[in-house]
Design a protein around this ligand. Structure first.
Ligand code: NAD
Length: 249
């Protein structure tokens, strides 16, 4: 068991087809006690129930600092420690530069970037006290290749911001024994792409990927388990590309 008795918090983890829930499932299978956080409409308690006994699901909005702080306090109350945080919550919008409104910009950046900051701020003091912790931030290949698949430039900017934020936090909190790393998924078949790409378009994209398929949620979940576990003890500030070879650089 790679995560025996570790307490893992996953934001945006309630969508049963999503990267967050796949990560929750794989972490639970490796012995972690998982706390799924998500918006009320996504029903995090129901998602956690699917993981079996000993896991929790609570409502938390990562764009709201008080909500993040309350969630972290509740995890500490329930389990007494926080070993792993996966900053997974994110939304996208296919939009061209000239069409992006201020409200679009705020909405997209708030969930991925502000949410990563607020939720990290909420768990870092406990990790500092423990002198250990692993934070995994879900960025995107869109940050590295300049979008071009689904999200608009504001999504690429949000995800590039996540890379910078995570690297700077990794430098700051390394001396406390806290590791902070990013994953840049390629195109993964989850609800985020639902209805946005035809089967024909997906097949066309798959042809351009060296591993000749779109990613699966478990492909990212496995990478999260690696970065959360002691297998990656000497990794901090890294960006782990999980994209089937879509971007090799
Ligand atoms: P998804 O839509 O299934 O999951 C996103 C989750 O975030 C949902 O459960 C949603 O309810 C939750 N969420 C949205 N706003 C929130 C908020 N304010 N507070 C808390 N939770 C909130 O999509 P997914 O594909 O599983 O995406 C997970 C992450 O992976 C996102 O950050 C996304 O940008 C990133 N990503 C996805 C892909 C892909 O191809 N699927 C590629 C690269 C990066």
């Amino acid at each position: 068991m790679l995560l025996k008795d570790k307490v893992a918090v996953i934001t945006g983890g309630a969508g049963l087809n999503g990267l967050g829930f796949a990560t929750a499932r794989l972490m639970a299978a490796q012995g972690a006690r998982v706390v799924v956080l998500d918006l009320a409409g996504a029903e995090p308690a129901a998602a956690a129930a699917q993981l079996g006994a000993g896991h929790l699901g609570w409502v938390a909005d990562v764009t709201d600092k008080a909500s993040c702080d309350a969630a972290a306090a509740a995890v500490l109350q329930a389990y007494g420690r926080i070993d792993v945080l996966v900053n997974n919550a994110g939304i996208t919008q296919p939009a061209k530069t000239l069409d992006i409104t201020g409200a679009d910009y705020d909405r997209i950046l708030d969930v991925s970037l502000r949410g990563t900051l607020y939720m990290s701020q909420a768990v870092l003091p406990a990790m500092q006290q423990q002198k250990s912790g692993s934070i995994v931030c879900i960025s995107s290949v869109s940050a590295q290749r300049g979008g071009g698949i689904l999200g608009g430039p504001h999504y690429s900017a949000a995800k590039a911001g996540v890379l910078g934020l995570a690297r700077a936090m990794a430098r700051e909190f390394g001396p406390d024994g806290i590791r902070i790393n990013c994953i840049t998924p390629g195109l993964i078949g989850t609800d985020i792409i639902k209805g946005k790409l035809t089967e024909e378009k997906k097949a066309e994209i798959a042809e351009t990927i060296p591993l000749a398929r779109l990613g699966r949620a478990d492909d990212i979940g496995g990478a999260c388990v690696f970065l959360a576990s002691d297998l990656s003890l000497y990794c901090t500030g890294i960006t782990l590309d999980v994209n089937g070879g879509m971007l090799i650089h």
